[in-house]
Design a protein around this ligand. Structure first.
Ligand code: IFM
Length: 425
């Protein structure tokens, strides 16, 4: 296969999120969720990767690999530990992290809200509380005022679709553990409003900012019987948020897999009916949605392999989602803010990166305005309800000693980044 050259100025990075790597994020809803009786979480985040203290070493390591971008998040629960009380010491901390990223020659890509909420916001209903959007915006403004002279790329809310789907219809074992369609709809509206207000806040605090949401997008496949359900799910999980991104500076694309939906004739008829009759939908659909989202995902196409998450191993799914975004939002900049694989075999990760990048390059060649590729994740970390068993990291982390071990895939991605090209296969 021919060598593939990426556009000048392409961002090559790795990503983390505060709750998953920092450790001791004890003012957040996730901290409580991990500890509640009957929690679905298999582990507690506890010290995580101790990245809160070890960030200088981690940032230096990522830069030494050849990456030119680092995506990380600021933790709302730390910056605003009580409603309306902002902790300047925490803002100083994130300023120091950002200084380290910039001094190492990397572009910071900063997420303002990556899943976790402060305990005080969660106690009032999380994304069902009418004030959460405005509170997010006020916090966002403080953060952007503190870091905005160093940061251009801002992600307001990470995967709003996963937050609503995961926590409000019960699909991903996220807090607050609601399981009904109405909560799902209300949380979705809250997240969209939160993004809208946060975007305004970011822009008012930093006129040079480039802001957007990061979207969890799937490649969907179905037979004719599964199509109405796929369209219904995709509309709620993806399209409503992409429509809300019309005014954004970029769209963050995060793709992990393809989901294939098939129904037998009886189930397909029942579902079509339920989709038309709202009271029936309210009863029938939440469990169907939860089953569709369960891991492992439903039966795979013949010959397909699964990742540790139970997903179909399908790096090329990224091309399908980038193509769709480019079609729905023509001309809008696209930044791949996550793409990755949970695997115990690092050779699989290398092959995943290469196949994903080849597929992505074809979309760029076809005109998609893709500005960068950020891999999930820099480090093995706390994979939410799945805990520490999932190995997403370019760098392994020893849970007992916190020692970092650079995997070959990290050097592989770093070499691609340095060359700005994918060599001959
Ligand atoms: O770990 C998560 C991340 O927090 C959001 N996107 C998907 C990743 C892997 O499941």
């Amino acid at each position: 296969m021919a060598e593939l050259v990426f556009p000048d100025g392409f961002l090559w990075g790795a990503a983390t999120a505060a709750h998953q790597v920092e450790g001791d994020n004890d003012g957040s809803d996730w901290w409580d969720w991990e500890r509640r009786p009957g929690t679905p979480c298999v582990d507690r985040s506890d010290l995580a990767c101790d990245h809160y203290r070890r960030y200088p070493e981690d940032v230096a390591l990522l830069a030494s690999l050849g990456l030119n971008a680092y995506r990380y998040s600021v933790e709302w629960a730390r910056v605003e530990p009580e409603a309306g009380r902002f902790d300047e010491g925490q803002l100083d901390h994130y300023r120091a992290v950002t200084d380290a990223v910039v001094a190492a020659g990397m572009t910071p890509v900063v997420t303002l809200n990556h899943f976790s909420l402060p305990r005080w916001a969660a106690a009032r209903g999380g994304w069902l509380w009418s004030e959460t959007p405005a509170r997010l915006a006020r916090y966002a403004e403080r953060v952007v005022r503190a870091l905005g002279d160093r940061v251009t790329w801002w992600c307001t809310i990470n995967e709003p679709g996963s937050v609503a789907f995961g926590g409000y219809v019960g699909a991903l074992n996220f807090p607050p553990g609601r399981t009904d369609l109405r909560s799902w709809e209300r949380a979705t509206a809250g997240l969209i409003e939160g993004h809208r207000l946060a975007l305004l806040a970011v822009r008012s605090a930093s006129p040079t900012a480039r802001a957007g949401m990061t979207h969890q997008l799937l490649e969907w496949a179905s037979d004719a019987r599964g199509r109405p359900f796929v369209e219904w799910m995709r509309r709620r999980n993806e399209d409503v948020f992409l429509e809300a991104a019309a005014d954004d500076d970029f769209v963050g694309v995060q793709t992990y897999t393809r989901v294939t939906v098939r129904f037998n004739p009886v189930a397909a008829t029942a579902l079509r009916l339920a989709l038309r009759v709202p009271p029936l939908a309210a009863r029938v659909l939440p469990p169907v949605v939860r089953r569709a989202a369960a891991s492992p995902t439903p039966p795979l196409p013949p010959g397909a392999r699964r990742t540790q998450m139970g997903y179909e191993l399908r790096p090329e799914a990224l091309a399908a989602t980038v193509r769709r975004v480019a079609r729905l939002l023509p001309g809008k900049d696209i930044l791949v803010t996550e793409h990755g694989i949970a695997t115990a075999d690092d050779a699989d990760r290398i092959a995943f990166i290469d196949a994903g990048l080849r597929a992505l390059h074809a979309e760029i060649a076809a005109g998609a305005p893709v500005r960068g590729y950020i891999h999930w994740s820099a480090l093995d970390n706390f994979e939410w309800a799945y805990g520490y068993r999932m190995q997403f990291g370019l760098v392994a982390v020893d849970r007992a000693t916190q020692a970092r071990t650079v995997r070959p895939s990290a050097r592989h991605l770093g070499a691609i980044a340095r060359a700005n090209r994918l060599p001959d296969a």
